[in-house]
Design a protein around this ligand. Structure first.
Ligand SMILES: NC(=O)C1=CN([C@@H]2O[C@H](COP(=O)(O)OP(=O)(O)OC[C@H]3O[C@@H](n4cnc5c(N)ncnc54)[C@H](OP(=O)(O)O)[C@@H]3O)[C@@H](O)[C@H]2O)[C@@H](O)CC1
Ligand SMILES: Nc1ncnc2c1ncn2[C@@H]1O[C@H](COP(=O)(O)OP(=O)(O)O)[C@@H](O)[C@H]1O
Ligand SMILES: [K+]
Length: 502
């Protein structure tokens, strides 16, 4: 595999990469030819010969369109070329390829869809700078209404390559062919959906150009964190593999137990649950290798603080099933603040986040050490109302901003889970199947993160590795998955990961 395949480039960085390639001696004309040829080849591999409409825009994306049209024509495809722009205002390389096109071209109009059986979308790519309007809007709208299959060049036109948001109008592609490296917008919803199948092609840009780009957005691939993965050592013992402490609630006892089992499966040496005395029999009767500690008769705030005094607990999980009714909420808040005060690494999920909805700043100002916050969109909105979905801000910026504001690693859940670090880096997870949208799956994720943190991974990579494993086990189980299955399906996935590593 090519190194740094996980690097994601914003459209601006892609333009820089393009320019750096030219400086390094690869002519822009050749890059465009390679891009267009790659798309034409992908089209011929996927679709049988048929009448095709190539929509070419005013920039280099349109230049690619001319190359594609000519390639398909040379292979005997009936090609109609619909152009929007002025040839003499295009880049030199695009003008050269436009001249090399041996057919006619017409001005872009929805009429040209008549008789087409495939549409190539080369209107706008990395250079999209504003909302789609006018004839381009009408054309894309007509493409959507036609229901014709679409092959998008670089990105479906109208899709913001950085954020994955639609700017005005986008025709969903069946196939998107992109070049050199993916962009964040290919992976974030709705972009991931709008791209259809994504094909990444090499067009001759040297890998060395990556060095000059400040890349801080990555796809969650194993090579990102596999050097840091804490495999058990031959001469190790359980105390080398960390001790996770999980806060158990009084009423919803399953959630923290799911977290506990997940921490165990991912390799934590020891796992303890601290639970209200009244619920202790339920917890204790169902756990064999997890130690269950009763928290005194009144489950007082001090009781959890006393447990925390034991420095062997190197990671604390609070939130799954912790409870928010009556006094529960105060207990949860105190448990969180006590944990943060003693600088213990922690994973704060679910109720541990919601408990601070009225005063999120109390939580944020207490975070100084290693801490991972794992909100879903609902919990995120409670903590960061100014960054919630209706704010119009995209998911990547929202997660990054939240990490910056809190000083914690923020893992914002969903089909496109984003893991953001306070230092500005972000990882987009791409392997989670829809089956994960089931009660308790998040509790398992919190347990995986804690188990990896306990074994010494950094919060950023522990969260990334856990999200990847979570997606991978869910894929292994498939339809019918319930949260209970996840931890127990992990050994197979870990064995494959280890074999790949060795
Ligand atoms: N990077 C690489 O390695 C390689 C990249 N290649 C290809 O180049 C593509 C990037 O090309 P690009 O930079 O010329 O931008 P592109 O997307 O064609 O659009 C710019 C034009 O669109 C216009 N425009 C923008 N928004 C608009 C709107 N809403 N409505 C109307 N007009 C709008 C904008 O106008 P302006 O903003 O200047 O007024 C300008 O005229 C990239 O996606 C890939 O396909 C390959 O050829 C080879 C290697
Ligand atoms: N459509 C989806 N596709 C893939 N993963 C999803 C989807 N919806 C949710 N998930 C994942 O499922 C998990 C659900 O977590 P969460 O909402 O906290 O559930 P719970 O609190 O019941 O455990 C998260 O890891 C989330 O990223
Ligand atoms: K496009």
């Amino acid at each position: 595999m090519t190194p740094n395949q996980h690097a994601l480039l914003t459209p601006q960085q892609m333009t820089q990469a393009d320019q750096a390639a030219v400086v390094a001696g690869v002519p822009a004309f050749r890059l465009m030819a390679a891009a267009g040829n790659a798309v034409a080849e992908a089209i011929r591999a996927r679709w049988s010969k048929r009448p095709v409409l190539v929509m070419a825009g005013p920039g280099n994306n349109g230049g690619d369109g001319f190359v594609i049209a000519e390639q398909l024509r040379q292979h005997g495809w009936p090609v109609t070329l619909a152009f929007m722009g002025q040839i003499d205002r295009m880049s030199e390389e695009a003008q050269a390829h436009a001249k090399a096109w041996q057919g006619e071209w017409q001005s872009l109009s929805p009429m040209q869809l008549e008789g087409a059986e495939l549409v190539v979308d080369a209107l706008f790519g990395a250079g999209l700078s504003r909302l789609i309007e006018g004839v381009a809007y009408e054309m894309l709208e007509a493409v959507v209404q036609s229901g014709l299959p679409v092959c998008a060049v670089d990105v479906p036109s109208g899709l913001d390559g950085t954020t994955g948001q639609a700017l005005g109008m986008v025709a969903k592609a069946e196939l998107t062919v992109t070049f050199f490296r993916k962009k964040p917008g290919h992976l974030i919803w709705p972009g991931r959906f709008l791209c259809g199948d994504l094909l990444l092609c090499d067009i001759g840009i040297p890998e060395s150009v990556l060095k000059g780009l400040a890349i801080n957005i990555m796809e969650n691939q194993v090579d990102l964190w596999r050097q840091d993965y804490p495999w058990p050592q031959q001469n190790g013992h359980k105390f080398h593999r960390g001790h996770v402490l999980i806060y158990g609630g009084q009423w919803i006892t399953g959630a923290s137990r799911l977290s506990a089992r997940a921490s165990q499966r991912v390799g934590a040496g020891l796992v303890s649950l601290a639970v209200p005395e009244i619920s202790w029999p339920i917890y204790a009767a169902s756990m064999l290798s997890v130690m269950v500690k009763p928290l005194g008769k009144n489950q007082s705030e001090q009781a959890f603080h006393q447990v925390l005094n034991d420095s062997r607990f190197n990671v604390v999980v609070i939130g799954p099933g912790a409870g928010l009714d009556g006094k529960d909420k105060d207990r949860v808040k105190q448990a969180v603040l006590g944990t943060l005060k003693c600088g213990r690494a922690c994973v704060l999920d679910a109720d541990a986040l919601t408990a601070f909805s009225e005063q999120p700043e109390v939580l944020f100002s207490a975070i100084h050490g290693p801490c991972v916050l794992t909100p879903h969109e609902g919990e995120f909105a409670r903590l960061f109302p100014h960054l919630s979905e209706p704010s119009g801000k995209d998911k990547l910026s929202r997660a990054k901003q939240a990490a910056h504001e809190t000083g914690a690693v923020v893992l914002l859940k969903g089909a496109d889970t984003i893991i953001a670090s306070p230092d500005g880096r972000a990882i987009i997870n791409t392997n989670a199947p829809a089956e994960l949208a089931t009660g308790g799956a998040g509790d398992v994720l919190a347990g995986f993160i804690a188990g990896l943190l306990a074994q010494g991974m950094t919060p950023f990579y522990a969260a990334a590795a856990a999200a990847w494993l979570h997606g991978e086990v869910a894929n292994e189980i498939g339809v019918g998955l319930i949260a209970e299955d996840l931890a127990d399906a992990l050994p197979n996935v870990l064995q494959r990961l280890k074999a790949y590593q060795d």
